[in-house]
Ligand binder design. Structure first.
Ligand code: ATP
Ligand code: MG
Length: 422
């Protein structure tokens, strides 16, 4: 009887892990171009943080958190997303006091949600996300969206759609909220149980309901765009014109909402339109959260960010048939023949490796032919063959696996020789 991996989790094995490394590397590279610095926070936090920041009316908090009590009777939760921890760390470490502002951070790490697993939906998944705190300049909203788009595009995705909306500021949202309640209240009985609860706690989220999305009242629901005050309208216009000037295409969807109280102004999602992508097509989501730092005990700080899961990114790459340029080969495989040569192999190999060569050898006492086969499997660029005779003469033969050319090289020069060839 063996053990099985928990539902909704995955082992990422060699052969696949290189893809993960490649996309992580790309994300880091783009972040450094945009001057975002990495932050690493704990995998678990006090449960209260998520209740406060994600919000206790959300699906995440109500249904999806991995919460446990530790031996000291504290309620802890495996992080379901990265913004709460990042903003907590920003406040706790007083990053707002640093000279360089805004504070631009990114993270890559596992998140945990108790969900029904399916393609693109896991219980443990890796999110890459960024948070820019301390500026409410609309150009940083555009920057955040551009960064997300760049990651997808530079990896080779083409069927992308940036969907944009504004939620307005506090005042606009309040007016919109009242209109929503007035709109749905008379017939709220026709809506699902969740929506009935949302009517008073968070009516905006009714627009986001998957069960009731075809109800006729959904189509006629008041749009935030009719309730934007002057300032909010202007903010949105500047975000849009900045994107346009940057050459970034977008579509407006007045129904795109992010249901948390502290969300305001910009909200966006990036969708994959690739055929064969499956039911879940949202690659990433983000938005502005100007009230969040205050909510977790910090000074009033504007902020904006996004998060994407690498799982969905990799699915999209598959769906579009993108082959990542992953190089997985050794520089040199060392083959030996005879006892003395075999004895010499570890120190010679060690020399290769210290010189920076990717190198390996046989450890299973294989025959010559099988060693060559093993060398082939590693895609080695060069194979160095050392026999007892060669060893006695202080030479080694080096075969260029691409051209087939074989050269005899002085043993004490072989590292330099191979380095020069590659
Ligand atoms: P969905 O509507 O798909 O449940 P969400 O609103 O819960 O998404 P967010 O909380 O905005 O998603 O998370 C941002 C991104 O994280 C998503 O766009 C998606 O790429 C990814 N994501 C969310 N949940 C999962 C999951 N269970 N497995 C894999 N990726 C996920
Ligand atoms: Mg979800």
């Amino acid at each position: 009887m063996g053990y099985q991996i928990p539902r909704g989790t995955q082992d990422i094995l060699p052969g696949t892990v290189e893809k993960w490394q490649f996309v992580e590397e790309k994300a880091r590279e783009i972040c450094s171009r945009y001057n975002y610095k990495e932050i690493r926070t704990p995998i678990f936090e006090h449960t209260e943080l998520f209740l406060r920041s994600v919000g206790d009316t959300t699906d995440i908090v109500q249904k999806e958190m991995y919460t446990f009590t530790d031996r000291g009777d504290r309620s802890l939760t495996l992080r379901p997303e990265g913004t709460a921890s990042t903003v907590r760390a920003y406040v706790e470490n007083k990053l707002f006091g640093l000279a360089q502002q805004p504070t631009k951070l990114y993270y890559i790490g596992p998140m945990f949600r108790y969900e029904r697993p399916q393609a693109g939906r896991y219980r443990q998944f890796v999110q890459f996300g960024i948070e820019a705190m301390g500026s409410d300049d609309p150009s940083i909203d555009a920057e955040v969206m551009a960064l997300a788009i760049d990651v997808y595009k530079e990896l080779g995705l083409k069927s992308l759609r940036l969907v944009l909306n504004t939620l307005g500021d506090k005042e606009s949202r309040k007016a919109h909220r009242e209109a929503l309640v007035a709109h749905f209240e008379p017939r709220i009985g026709e809506f699902c149980h969740d929506c009935q609860n949302r009517l008073q706690t968070n009516p905006l989220r009714i627009l986001d309901c998957k069960k009731d999305r075809d109800h006729e009242l959904m189509k006629t629901a008041p749009s935030i765009h009719d309730y934007l005050n002057e300032e909010s309208r202007e903010y949105f216009e500047t975000v849009k014109s900045t994107l346009t000037a940057m050459g970034i295409e977008y579509v407006i969807d007045p129904k795109l909402v992010r249901g948390l109280d502290y969300y305001n102004h910009t909200a966006f999602e990036i969708i994959s339109d690739a055929e064969g992508f499956g039911a879940i097509t949202t690659l990433s989501g983000g938005g502005r959260y100007n009230g969040l730092a205050e909510e977790v005990g910090g000074p009033a700080t504007p902020g904006i960010g996004f998060a994407m899961s690498l799982e969905r990114l990799l699915l999209a790459l598959d769906a579009e048939g993108v082959k990542l340029p992953i190089e997985d080969s050794l520089d040199c495989y060392l083959i030996t023949m005879g006892d003395q040569a075999k004895e010499k192999a570890p120190s010679l190999l060690y020399r290769f490796r210290k010189a920076g060569l990717k190198a390996d050898k046989d450890y299973l006492d294989k025959k010559m032919k099988a060693q060559f086969k093993a060398a082939d499997r590693t895609n080695a660029k060069f194979v160095a063959v050392l026999g007892d005779d060669e060893l006695a003469n202080g030479v080694i033969s080096v075969k260029d696996m691409e051209s087939g050319e074989q050269t005899e090289v002085a043993l004490d020069q072989v590292t330099e020789y191979i380095l020069k060839q590659i």
